[in-house]
Design a protein around this ligand. Structure first.
Ligand code: FAD
Ligand code: DHB
Length: 394
């Protein structure tokens, strides 16, 4: 039941950023209310990211969120880069001090965080949408929301917008205070989740003349695959047969077994873009995760960046609320943005190397040169491995 309330921190959005921030602040003894516009079931079933960096997995574990991730997550020591019908293994762990990635679905992280929070009884309201935020530059910002209980409000010491790329937080800031940097790519990703045992042990990033393809997985019985498609594509044009045919064509080599096929249980098309909002703060409103930055998915960085943001933000809020010391909070935006721009650079590099351009053959020539450099130059492969495995924790 939602009535007019007061708390120390209101968190808008129950994605990985909002839920983890709520948990970290709970560990610091700070009261929070999380407000999420979707239902619990929707949030828990929303299929998205899958790759967790080495340092981010360690951080989740040390925060008490890693038990199931460690038991069920798949540890990968390499990835394949496939182009011109030939696969090349990038030995991530050999190239980077034995470190590896963990493949574990974002919705599983979200389920684990929701179970934790509901276990200790901290407020988490689903089906409650934030419609406006007021008083950012006062010491008692207020969030207005609408739910089955009607219109209500929560007043807090701080509000954190963890409400993703279509949220309300950024829009609540008066014009002129936040700058938006944006780049749109001429591709979307069509992603599927299939009841099909993966026929590869490691992820395959594939550049084919017809377009990009990615072979990933979620468990020994579920595969997750993506196709690069035109930005105006719709799912109606992609019946199951066409999706599998295109995946088989793009992923084909002379030497490997066919990809495993099975019933498609989830599908979606996601446009690719880069967005950075700066600064990640306006008065007592802070931004974290996709609310402040979007990366194209080719670098697998979005969820990792969301975790990295709140890892920095939680102790900063704790110092501000506990000791009235705002120093860390003042540094939060600049520190996060340095990492965010590095992730934008890496994700752009991966995107532009692996998605053939439909009409620009000069660009295509440069892409092939970049791919060859990764497999011919150990220092280039090492740099890719470091960025892929651990960019968000350094
Ligand atoms: P979100 O997960 O978007 O959560 C925001 C929440 O806020 C949502 O639940 C939303 O319903 C809620 N909300 C929005 N507006 C309001 C409102 N007004 N009131 C209340 N609640 C609101 N990242 C990786 O690291 N690795 C990958 O491999 C990867 N692959 C991806 C593949 C795909 C197809 C996609 C789409 C994304 C991928 N990402 C990946 C990106 C990753 O999923 C996001 O970066 C991540 O979800 C960001 O988490 P977040 O908590 O900031 O935002
Ligand atoms: C997955 C998603 C990505 O964006 C990526 O780069 C690698 C894997 C996945 O969903 O498994």
């Amino acid at each position: 039941m939602l009535g007019a309330e007061r708390t120390q921190v209101v968190i808008v959005g129950a994605g990985p950023a909002g839920l983890l921030l709520g948990h970290l602040l709970h560990l610091e003894g700070i009261d929070t209310i999380i407000v999420e516009r979707r239902s619990q079931e929707y949030v828990e079933e929303r299929v998205r990211a899958g790759v967790i960096e080495w340092g981010i997995a360690n951080f989740l574990e040390s925060s008490g969120v890693g038990t199931r991730m460690r038991a069920e997550g798949l540890v990968h020591h390499g990835i394949e880069l496939r182009f011109e019908g030939v696969s090349h293994r990038i030995a991530l762990s050999e190239l980077y001090e034995g470190r590896a990635i963990t493949v574990y679905g974002q919705q599983e992280v979200v389920k684990d965080l929701i179970a934790l929070r509901q276990g200790y009884g901290a407020p988490l309201h689903f089906d409650a949408e934030v419609t406006s935020i007021e008083g950012h530059t006062t010491d008692h910002p207020t969030v207005r929301l609408t739910s089955d209980d009607g219109e209500t409000s929560i007043t807090a010491d701080y509000v954190v917008g963890c409400d993703g790329s279509h949220g309300a937080a950024v829009g609540s800031v008066p014009p002129g205070y936040l700058r938006r940097y944006e780049r749109v790519y001429p591709f979307s990703w069509l992603g599927i989740l299939a009841e099909a045992p993966p026929t590869t042990e490691e992820l395959i990033y594939c550049r084919h003349a017809r377009g990009f393809a990615l072979y990933s997985m979620r468990s020994p019985t579920r595969s997750r695959l993506y196709l690069g498609v035109r930005p105006d594509e719709t799912l109606d044009a992609w019946p199951d047969d066409r999706i599998w045919e295109e995946l088989v064509t793009r992923l084909a080599t002379d030497h490997t077994a066919d990809i495993g096929q099975g019933p498609i249980i989830e599908r979606g098309i996601t446009p690719m873009r880069s967005v950075v909002i700066a600064p990640m703060r306006y008065g007592r409103l802070l931004l974290a995760g996709d609310a402040a930055h979007i990366v194209p998915p080719t670098g697998a960085k979005g969820m990792n960046l969301a975790v990295a943001d709140v890892r920095l933000l939680a102790p900063a809020l704790a110092a501000a609320l506990g000791d009235h010391d705002e120093r860390l909070l003042k540094e939060y935006s600049d520190q996060s943005l340095r990492r965010v721009w590095r992730a934008e650079e890496f994700s752009t590099y991966m995107t532009q190397m692996l998605h053939p351009h439909p009409s620009d053959d000069f660009e295509n020539g440069v892409q092939m040169a970049r791919l060859r450099q990764v497999i011919e130059s150990e220092s280039t492969a090492r740099s890719l491995a470091r960025n892929y495995v651990n960019l968000s924790s350094v």
